[in-house]
Design a protein around this ligand. Structure first.
Ligand code: LR7
Ligand code: MN
Length: 593
């Protein structure tokens, strides 16, 4: 079957010397949606600058952004935990809309602008490595559907800022028929006027999904190597050279960077442990610890690691090899399954898949996918069925044992893919399991659901900074659980302080968590920020459980961008709520040891 896609290709050539000098400054009307005080945008100034609007706010309510000044590097805005602070309804709207449409904090994303420094998360030994000078050139392909403009452009600029020009053949943006009108108009103009002409924008006339989207992107590419990225990434220092090197040595090597974590709630960039890709019999991707055997050797922690599967979004592959190996299965729709399909295909058909610890790329990890498929189908099931029937031989029974309802489900025509497997002379799935993923046998059909890469709490106990009472200055009362402090979802209120009561004792730790009586964490829903704070199980991934103590005795919630206040200081009920930080008495708290 041949599928025809009608495309509109927008390649713009009117990039002049003149606008090159403004290249990195957002142009008028194109600032990230709903600009934070205009002056706050990234500029090429060096050293701290004085920002009148900021100063004004500072006088009124204390420095609204903590100690956050322009960083000396390229005039980028320096990240601070209070970056998501809400000043007015417009900020609130950007934040709430962002969660709704993109499932991450768009207010912070917009304020960060299109450039920022990220911590160099590589092992120190990576810095001493040198790479060949004659590496192949790369076409970076970024598919997106309804992406937040600031996240997309930060992805693009991180590539432009941190890739040597001679290695970056082009960037191809594939707009998968996004429905956000602003995104279309603004991006169009931005690409045309602000980006080098080697950044191209391709538009799908109808929604294709990320799998066919990437195939379309690849069909426009002319670089030697294809590099795929999601549309909400930030590449780190020296990210590309370590990926290109093993491909230059053997064009049938496919490589992935280590995927660092960008928090959806705070946009904090943090390091991921080096793990490798696996899967369970439900055909969900999961991360596995790297077997010790893989970690031995002279290169130690910096050596490439063989990975049974890839996460899917971030990898590099020789362009000709991508075509030889059968690109992707064009019968797969929207989202899901293609990562296991290409992983099995790489290993079973004579290639190999490596994770490169010295290459690091951050990705915004969201708690939910903010979009569905056009017809509401479960595309993950459809795509998984196709891959099971083409690649898994008798082991597809393991999948059906978990998903019996899919046994009779129609999965379309797979003749082309079955032929491809024959033509490429690929090995059996049993060979793959025995040689590439021997651990799988042990876990069997009852393997658990996938876990995201969040840093393993078991290994890391946050240090306690302070232990004491949360005292409300205006009412002379203390913050306590309304019910029992072990009750999940329970509200907090202010009550008479009792200095002998363990149930009034809070711990504040280096992860900015507030834990009552060593039991539960103070938490505010990121999506329903009008809900009052509650006690919840500590999840250790920041966001809704991150609090800072700031100027004017405020108690600030990092992901909601607001301060905690007592609703009615005269009421004996003692209810608290989140509100715009204004430095007023009801918002003043003391942590007392
Ligand atoms: O219809 C669509 N059209 C698109 O162009 C749907 C999505 N997309 C774009 C989207 O804008 C994004 O840039 O495709 C990209 C991936 O979609 P996400 O970000 O919603 O996916 P994800 O990060 O939740 O999911 C992971 O698994 C997917 C399975 O199909 C893809 O392989 C994603 O690329 C992959 N992401 C990663 O591997 C990043 C690390 C995550 C982990 C673990
Ligand atoms: Mn993603």
């Amino acid at each position: 079957t041949s599928v025809t896609w009608t495309l509109l290709l927008f390649v713009y050539f009117n990039f002049s010397e003149e606008n090159q000098s403004f290249k990195n400054v957002p142009i008028k009307g194109l600032e990230p949606q709903r600009p934070f005080p205009k002056k706050f945008y990234p500029r090429f100034t060096r050293g701290p600058v004085h920002i009148p609007e900021l100063q004004q706010k500072e006088n009124k309510i204390g420095n609204p952004l903590g100690n956050h000044v322009q960083s000396p590097v390229k005039g980028q805005v320096e990240f601070s935990p209070e970056m998501g602070m809400i000043f007015n309804e417009e900020d609130q709207e950007v934040r709430d809309l962002g969660y709704q449409k993109h499932a991450f904090n768009m207010l912070i994303s917009n304020r960060l602008g299109y450039h920022r420094e990220v911590p160099d998360t590589r092992d120190v030994k990576c810095r001493e490595k040198s790479y060949p000078s004659d590496l192949p050139s790369a076409s970076v392909i970024i598919c997106f559907y309804n992406e937040a403009l600031s996240a997309l452009l930060r992805t693009v600029h991180s590539v432009l800022d941190r890739t040597p020009a001679h290695l970056l053949h082009e960037i191809i943006l594939v707009d998968d028929n996004s429905e956000l009108a602003d995104l279309k108009k603004d991006l169009d103009e931005y690409v045309r006027t602000q980006l080098p002409k080697t950044t191209k924008l391709v538009r799908n006339e109808k929604r294709e999904g990320l799998i066919r989207g990437r195939m379309i992107g690849a069909s426009h590419a002319t670089g030697e190597v294809l590099v795929f990225l999601d549309s909400h990434c930030e590449v780190n220092e020296m990210w590309l050279q370590p990926l290109l090197t093993p491909i230059r040595e053997d064009h049938r090597t496919v490589v992935c960077p280590v995927i660092d974590i960008i928090s959806a709630d705070t946009l904090t960039y943090s390091s991921s442990p080096v793990v490798r890709g696996g899967f369970n019999w439900g055909l969900h991707f999961k991360w596995d610890l790297v077997p010790l055997s893989e970690l031995e050797g002279p290169e130690g922690a910096t050596a490439p690691i063989k990975s049974p599967t890839m996460a899917g979004g971030l990898f590099a592959m020789d362009r000709e090899y991508f075509n030889e190996l059968g690109q992707y299965d064009s019968g797969m729709d929207i989202w899901g399954g293609e990562n296991l399909e290409i992983s099995f295909r790489i290993w079973m058909c004579g290639g190999r898949l490596l994770i490169i610890p010295c290459s690091r790329v951050g990705h915004i990890f969201r708690k939910r996918r903010p979009y569905g498929s056009p017809g509401g189908q479960d595309t993950m099931a459809h795509n998984s069925l196709r891959l099971a029937h083409v690649w898994m031989d008798e082991y597809k029974e393991q999948y059906f044992a978990l998903r019996p309802e899919l046994r009779m489900r129609n999965y379309g025509n797979i003749t082309d893919r079955v032929e491809l497997r024959k033509r490429l002379n690929c090995k059996s799935f049993k060979w793959y399991l025995d040689n590439i993923y021997p651990e799988m046998q042990i876990s069997g059909p009852n393997a658990k659901a996938p876990q995201p890469v969040f840093i393993n709490r078991a290994q890391k106990r946050p240090k306690i900074i302070q232990r004491g009472r949360l005292y409300h200055l205006q009412t002379n009362k203390c913050l306590v659980a309304q019910g029992h402090p072990s009750q999940k979802g329970g509200l907090v209120v202010v009550r008479e302080c009792d200095y002998n009561d363990q149930n009034q004792v809070w711990v504040y730790n280096e992860d900015h968590e507030l834990i009552l009586n060593n039991l539960l964490c103070l938490d505010v829903s990121e999506t329903r920020s009008s809900d009052p704070p509650r006690l919840m199980k500590c999840h250790g991934s920041g966001g809704s459980q991150q609090w800072t103590f700031g100027i004017n005795n405020r108690l600030y919630q990092v992901s909601v961008g607001q301060c905690m206040r007592v609703v009615d200081p005269l009421s004996h009920k003692g209810y608290v709520t989140m509100a715009i930080c204004d430095g007023s008495l009801p918002q003043q708290w003391h942590f007392e040891s």
